[in-house]
Design a protein around this ligand. Structure first.
Ligand code: KG4
Ligand code: ZN
Length: 345
C-alpha cells in the first residue's frame, strides 16, 4: 500500500510517498528556516504563504524524481496540532489532490506522525534496520510545541502519561538560543556550540517532583538570570556561551531521558521510542541509549524533525486498522492534543 503524506504544520513543507508504512519511495522536503531566522522565530503569516508557494513545486519535484508510476492508494495530511494558516494550506492542498486523483484522504495527528517515524525501516539513527518497534512501548515526543510521554499499547491505543506544564523542550532550546544570541532554530545550534564547552554550568532540573510532568520555563528563566548576572548577552565570550549552552542541553537531556525511562519501567514497557525535532539531538539519543535497559527506537535526525514521511507512515497503520477516510469533511484542528484523534482509534 502506498500513501502520499503531506506536512505543513509549522515551517517545513513536506511531501513523501511511503510503502506499507515502512519504506520510503520518495521524500521531498522544503524548509523555511532561513526565511524565519531573521525574525528570530516562525512568523505564522509568512509560513502559510510560503507553504502555498512551495507545495506545487515540491509535488512536481517529488513526481519527477520518482522513476515510474507512483501507484498511490491514499493521500494523508497533517490536520493538527500546528499553526492554523499553515495547516489549512496543507489540508486544502491534500483535498484538491485527493479529488483530482480520486483517492481517499486521511487526516493525521502530527504528534502521532512523529511517533510513526520509528516504523521507517531505513530511518534509524545508526542506519541499521531494527524492525518494527516492540509494543507496548513508551514514546517521548519532544518538539517545538510539545513534550509528551505516551504509553503505546497497540496501534492507535495509547495513553498520555506526562506533558509539560509550560514551555515545550524544543521551545526552551529555541528561547535559550535566542538569549545567547545564537539564532533560530535553536536546537541544532545549541547542540553544535555545546560541543566546544569546557565547563558546563549547573542549572535546575525541569523535572516536577510529585508528578511525571515537566516544567521547562524555570530552566529557561535560570539561563536568563545567569546571562543577566554576567552583564547580558553582549558581555559573554564564546567560551561562556558554550558553557551555558552545554549546561542547558545537559540538564534538559538528563531530565528527558531519566523521566522517559522512569515511566517505561513503571509501566512495564518493552521498548522506548524517541520522536520529534528534539529527538534529533545526539546528546539526548546517547543519554537514553546509555541508560535504557530495554531496546530503544530513534529515527535518524532528518526524520525526527517535521516531514511528510512520518505522516504517510502513520496513515498506513490507520488504513490497515480500517479507518474511514475523512475526505471533504477534513478540517484543520490547530489545538489538537495527544489522545484526541479522528479515525479508527
Ligand atoms: O518536530 P519539529 O520539527 O517541529 C514541531 O513539531 O515543533 O521540532 C522543532 C523543534 C525546534 O524547537 C528545534 O529547535 C528542535 O526541534 N530541534 C532540536 C534539534 N533539532 C531540532 N533540539 C535539540 N537538538 C537538535 N539537534
Ligand atoms: Zn513536529
Amino acid at each position: 500500500m502506498r500513501v502520499l503524506g503531506i506536512e505543513s504544520s509549522c515551517d517545513e513543507t513536506g511531501i513523501a510517498v511511503v510503502e506499507d508504512g515502512r519504506r520510503i519511495i520518495v521524500h521531498g522536503l522544503s524548509s523555511q528556516a532561513d526565511i524565519h531566522a531573521r525574525f528570530g522565530g516562525v512568523v505564522p503569516e509568512i509560513a502559510s504563504r510560503q507553504h502555498l508557494l512551495t507545495f506545487p513545486a515540491l509535488l512536481r519535484d517529488v513526481v519527477q524524481r520518482h522513476d515510474g508510476e507512483l501507484n498511490l492508494d491514499a493521500i494523508a495530511v497533517t490536520y493538527g496540532p500546528g499553526l492554523a494558516g499553515s495547516l489549512l494550506v496543507g489540508v486544502n492542498f491534500a483535498k484538491a489532490l485527493a479529488m483530482a486523483w480520486n483517492l481517499p484522504l486521511y487526516g493525521v495527528h502530527h504528534l502521532e506522525g512523529h511517533v510513526y517515524a520509528n516504523w521507517i525501516r531505513d530511518g534509524q539513527w545508526d542506519g541499521e534496520d531494527h524492525g518494527d518497534p516492540v509494543l507496548p512501548a513508551v514514546a517521548l515526543i519532544v518538539s517545538g510545541g510539545h513534550t509528551d510521554i505516551v504509553l503505546i499499547e497497540a496501534h492507535g491505543r495509547y495513553k498520555l502519561l506526562s506533558e509539560t506544564r509550560d514551555d515545550a523542550a524544543g521551545e526552551a532550546f529555541d528561547k535559550v538560543a535566542r538569549l545567547l544570541g545564537l539564532g533560530y532554530p535553536g536546537g541544532p545550534v545549541i547542540e553544535r556550540v555545546a560541543r566546544e564547552a569546557s565547563d558546563p554550568v549547573r542549572l535546575p532540573s525541569p523535572l516536577i517532583r510529585d508528578s511525571w510532568d515537566f516544567s521547562f520555563s524555570g530552566l529557561k528563566t535560570a539561563v536568563l538570570r545567569l546571562v543577566n548576572e554576567r552583564g547580558g548577552t553582549e558581555a559573554l565570550d564564546q567560551a561562556a556561551i558554550a558553557n551555558i549552552a552545554a549546561g542547558f542541553q545537559q540538564t534538559a537531556v538528563i531530565a528527558l531521558a531519566d523521566r522517559l525511562l522512569e515511566v517505561a519501567r513503571a509501566t512495564g514497557a518493552q521498548s522506548v521510542m524517541l520522536s520529534g525535532g528534539v529527538a534529533a539531538n545526539a546528546a539526548l539519543g546517547a543519554e537514553v541509549l546509555r541508560k535504557a535497559e530495554m531496546p530503544v527506537w530513534r529515527p535518524r535526525p532528518a526524520l525526527c524533525t517535521d516531514n511528510g514521511v512520518m505522516i504517510a507512515a502513520r496513515a498506513a497503520f490507520l488504513i490497515e486498522q480500517g479507518a474511514q477516510p475523512d475526505d471533504g469533511a477534513l478540517d484543520a484542528v490547530p489545538s489538537l492534543r495527544m489522545g484526541m484523534t479522528l479515525g479508527a482509534t
